[in-house]
Design a protein around this ligand. Structure first.
Ligand code: 6PG
Length: 240
């Protein structure tokens, strides 16, 4: 479990982009599952600001690790955030964007998207494999939309499940631990001091953390796991 700590979000986004460009160069077509929430916004803004051609966006196929069950026009929609910050500014072919349909019935969409992953991705031992799984972490230790109060969803045999936000009750579609840990590369983008306590727990008491926090259960079989953090999120670590 590698960590890279940056003094600013700008430095983090630049370094993460260098890492991402290397992954794109390695593949003819790269598949990425995006995270949502607020952390990726600055990354997508940075990608949108890059000179034309710096990244060959036609080589990237976009999926999501989770989505809120709202219409794609809703301000809560991870797809809407990504469209506004990225797709409206860079030439991603529409056929390379596979959004989770938040407007649909949550259980039906979990089935539909799970089948889509089986169809669209390479698989190893019957499990669809992303090249990159991009994750955030909530201050409660959730990741994707697997929350601590629904830990059993992490171990589901399904590709995608219907989840529920513990506070708002909002329904979510989320990939499961099976999909996350099958990914070739898993990267966390975690910033802000409100994440520091969970980051410390995950890095310094992993056994305990794995009982409580879904984010602690991210252990890709590939061994390729990097936490990109700012100094605030890493602030409580004994060895920053
Ligand atoms: C979502 C995300 C979720 C997010 C964390 C961190 O749909 O909200 O996928 O898992 O990554 O909640 O969110 P912030 O980046 O807003 O802190």
């Amino acid at each position: 479990m590698d960590k890279q700590v940056y003094e600013s979000m700008d430095n983090l986004t630049r370094s993460f982009t260098d890492w991402f460009k290397e992954r794109v160069a390695e593949k003819e077509q790269l598949t990425i599952a995006l995270s949502g929430g607020s952390t990726p916004k600055k990354l997508f803004d940075y990608w949108a600001s890059l000179p034309e051609g710096e990244i060959d966006w036609t080589k990237v196929t976009f999926f999501w690790g989770d989505e809120r069950c709202v219409p794609p026009t809703d301000e809560e929609s991870n797809y809407r955030m990504t469209r506004e910050r990225l797709f409206d500014h860079v030439p991603v072919p529409k056929e390379n964007i596979f959004r989770i349909q938040g407007e649909s019935d949550v259980e039906a969409e979990a089935v539909r998207y799970g089948a889509l992953l089986d169809r669209e991705l390479d698989s190893i031992s019957g499990t669809p494999v992303f090249d990159i799984m991009m994750l955030g972490m909530g201050d409660d230790g959730h990741t994707a939309s697997i929350f601590p109060h629904e830990m059993a969803l992490w171990d589901s045999e399904k590709n995608c499940v219907a989840a529920t936000h513990p506070v708002s009750g909002q329904k979510r579609v989320s990939v499961t631990g099976k999909i996350i840990n099958a990914s070739r590369h898993v990267v966390f983008l975690v910033t802000g001091e409100n994440k520091a306590e969970k980051v410390k727990g995950i890095f310094e008491h992993p056994g305990e953390a794995r009982k409580k926090y879904p984010a602690a259960r991210v252990q890709p079989g590939s061994g390729n796991l990097v936490w990109f953090m700012d100094q605030q999120a890493a602030g409580n670590l004994s060895n920053k």
